[in-house]
Design a protein around this ligand. Structure first.
Ligand SMILES: [Zn+2]
Length: 395
């Protein structure tokens, strides 16, 4: 048992802790002091002022990480407010997937990222105008007239603590002739020069996916893994593309990015049947997916349980794996002692419940994960609302 020198502010008791990064899975208590994890043990001491949160029968896991979100609300048509959508869903760390281009990134950082209670990281869009403009069907990042690699490199250098790399799409409208490989060329150039990673959107690819996967480097991230539009990751023989397997062996990360149109059971089932699970499960949370089949991260995780992925690996895909993908393994996705007290308490709601993919296909799950409480830096938030309970000040 960990020794506890100072009185604990909060003890989360009665739950089953699943912390794949720490190899923990069992009935344990989590002790929190001054916004940090102070101890994890089968029984922890209560002092006079210690608040006890009874998580009986629930799962106590590291605060979830959503690797693909759009949080520039009020500016981008895709944007949703971080704290109102992430914390109620058990998400304590969110990664914005290139909503802002280099032009707006500084403003996004100061006015949104720095103001959120949710910990937010972001990719800068390859296109200077990012995903701000929506002409009804397409977003501004198809405008590759506006790519300034020098400015991208400067922007990343200025915001290196929150900016993880460059978001690029290889969709048809970006790669239509004569541009073909140009978006990926420029994005790789910017990633090389800035010493960062790419997040690559592969829905409706306008160039062969082999030609994308073969160029990705260790640490780069493929998102929208299980989309069903145009060429998918499943080859004609029914197996996952060999180029994607090779990429993953090199250290490329594979991410779900459910979204409003980028997740199909058909592709996911074929990949899982071929022994290919996603490294990370993320939502592609935005103004439209939020009110569609995606809903939230626990719901997206539930779909993988229903597809047969074991619970511990589903939790890992939204915690430790995502933390490693963004090179923040000690900062997020863990209940390690000394780390930030970011915790998600999930309940398993008895089913059956039918969950749809983006095509409307339904899949029956015998249980559904739902966020019950979220703890961010030691403060408890009730799931479903953003009202805080002031856990640090005992009643
Ligand atoms: Zn997205």
């Amino acid at each position: 048992m960990d020794t506890v020198d100072t009185p604990l502010d909060l003890v989360i008791a009665g739950g089953r802790v699943i912390d794949p990064g720490q190899g923990r899975n069992g009935p344990l208590e989590v002790g929190i002091c001054a916004g940090r994890i102070a101890a994890v043990a089968s029984s922890l001491p209560r002092a006079a002022g210690t608040q006890v949160l009874d998580a009986g029968g629930r799962l106590v896991v590291p605060g979830l990480i959503d690797l693909h979100t759009h949080l520039f609300d009020g500016i981008s048509a895709l944007g949703v407010a971080a704290d109102a959508t992430c914390l109620p869903a058990g998400v304590t760390t969110a990664v914005d997937a290139g909503t802002a281009g280099e032009v707006a990134f500084g403003r996004f950082r100061r006015g949104w990222i720095d103001q959120a209670r949710t910990r937010v990281f972001a990719f800068v869009n390859l296109s200077s105008i990012g995903l701000i403009i929506d002409d009804g069907l397409e977003f501004g990042d198809r405008e590759l007239r506006y790519v300034n690699v020098d400015r991208i490199v400067e922007t990343i250098a200025e915001h290196r603590d929150v900016c993880l790399g460059i978001k690029v799409r290889v969709a048809r409208n970006q790669t239509a002739p004569p541009r073909l490989h140009r978006p990926l060329d420029r994005a790789l150039e910017a990633a090389e020069r800035s010493g960062t990673r790419l997040m690559v959107h592969i829905t409706e690819p306008g160039i062969p996916l082999d030609s994308v996967f073969d160029r990705l480097r260790p640490g780069d991230i493929v998102t929208h893994l299980f989309h069903g539009r145009a060429e998918t990751i499943i080859a004609a023989d029914g197996h996952v593309l060999a180029s994607l397997r090779r990429a993953r062996e090199r250290g490329v990360w594979t991410d779900v990015g459910h979204g409003g149109g980028s997740f199909t059971y058909r592709t996911a089932r074929a990949a899982l049947a071929d022994g290919f699970e996603p490294d990370t499960i993320s939502t592609d949370l935005h103004a439209f997916s939020l009110v569609g089949a995606m809903k939230d991260l626990p719901t997206t995780m539930t779909k993988f349980l229903a597809l047969g992925m074991p619970l511990e690996r589903v939790i890992a895909a939204a915690t430790v794996n995502a933390a490693r993908a963004i090179s923040q393994p000690g900062v997020t996705g863990t209940l390690a002692v000394g780390g930030p007290a970011d915790v998600a308490i999930l309940e398993e709601v008895e089913g059956p419940v039918t969950l749809a993919d983006v095509t409307g296909e339904g899949l029956e799950a015998d249980r559904a994960l739902r966020a019950w409480r979220t703890v961010r830096a030691g403060t408890v938030t009730t799931a479903g609302t953003v009202a805080t309970e002031g856990s640090r000040t005992p009643a």
